[in-house]
Design a protein. Sequence first.
Length: 101
Amino acid sequence: MLETGMVFKIAGIIICSVLMVILGRADRKRKLPAGVKLIFQVLISLIIIYSGVKIEFLRAPSSSSEGYLYLSYLSIPLTIIWLISITNSIGQADELGDITP
């Protein structure tokens, strides 16, 4: 069985993934302004963070196990930036796929 905290995280990821897909489809149909899209992406990212999913530390691939950089107060902004960047990168790649024959 999964513990309650893990179920809450998984539910947050699934719900927010569906919301991002809905936002992407709405943007494709109606060409939402960038500011509106950004606001919705930030709100969806905050829902994921509220569910307990966030980047708490970074580690260099070549460093030892003690080479962790704990983000503390930078954890939430970095998580938001990462989620929005990945989402927009996938959207851009999808648009490029529509252009090529």
